[in-house]
Write a protein that binds this ligand. Structure first.
Ligand SMILES: C[S@@+](CC[C@H](N)C(=O)[O-])C[C@H]1O[C@@H](n2cnc3c(N)ncnc32)[C@H](O)[C@@H]1O
Length: 255
């Protein structure tokens, strides 16, 4: 095969996987592979990645390695962080998913030693501080103090995507989940105000630093103008009001 033909078939193969990651995994490995993943919102996330064009991604919250696989189709490399004490099945699935998709050499997992779902975060912080990346995805713990901690670790990238932006209030009455209001609370108070986009029951928030070159990129700004809304003072106040009433000022319950 000539180099040109090889390159074009490699491109086609990559393109095919691009369009069908969820289907590819469900057909190849079964539905369990995608459990707990954002992959049902594949189209929404892809649309953003197309314009953001990340080169090195840092993800918090690996689970079965599905979202990291999605990022690895756009970026040169993905570093994905989870906690050492997550179930062994998560680690096994992640390995299986990356091998199956041929992405193992583009994804580096880090299972932070001593870190569990509640509490100590130290080894995770030490590891992340040493990494370079231009885009981060936060999809780990749903507790406010962990989300704040994770954001502080990754904001140096200048571009951070959060999953699970589900405010409380009448407009979102059908999005019941006691874990999410805390994430919204943290995101709503970030500066500059993040952009919120996605579907009603599954919204993403994108924070871009004030001095990020992405703010000068017309395709990024056009995407955000057409598809996203900025967190406004009104939306923040509405959420704050309901948050205080629903949680009596204390932390919402975690799983
Ligand atoms: C919703 S799942 C991630 C799903 C994955 N991003 C996807 O879409 O394919 C959340 C993951 O975060 C991990 N996690 C929970 N608390 C964490 C923490 N404090 N630091 C890092 N990871 C955490 C859990 O072990 C779990 O694997």
């Amino acid at each position: 095969m000539s180099n040109a033909v090889e390159a074009s078939s490699a491109k086609e193969e990559k393109q095919m996987t691009h369009e069908n990651l969820k289907k590819t995994l469900v057909e190849g490995l079964g539905r369990d592979a995608i459990e707990g993943s954002i992959i049902s919102h594949e189209t929404i996330v892809r649309a953003l990645l197309e314009v953001i064009k990340p080169k090195r991604v840092l993800e918090i919250g690996t689970r079965h390695g599905v979202s990291s696989s999605l990022f690895a189709q756009y970026a040169d490399h993905v570093i994905t962080v989870d906690v050492e004490k997550c179930p062994e099945s998560y680690k096994e699935w992640a390995r299986k998913v990356w091998d199956f998709l041929g992405l193992s050499d583009r994804i580096t997992p880090f299972y932070a030693p001593g870190v569990n779902w509640k509490g100590y975060n130290g080894s995770k912080a030490e590891f992340i501080k040493k990494q370079d990346f231009d885009f981060a995805f936060i999809d780990g713990s749903h507790r406010a103090k962990d989300v704040e901690f994770d954001f502080d670790l990754v904001k140096k990238s200048g571009c951070v995507l959060f999953h699970d932006y589900k405010p409380i209030g009448p407009k979102y009455a059908d999005c019941k989940n006691s874990r999410y209001p805390e994430i919204v609370q943290v995101i709503n108070h970030l500066k500059p105000a993040p952009y919120v986009y996605g579907e009603h029951r599954s919204q993403y928030a994108l924070w871009i630093s004030k001095d990020s070159p992405r703010r000068k990129d017309p395709s990024v700004m056009e995407f955000l103008e057409n598809k996203a809304e900025k967190v406004t003072l009104m939306s923040r106040l509405a959420h704050d009001f309901h948050f205080r009433r629903h949680t009596s000022g204390s932390e919402a319950e975690d799983e």
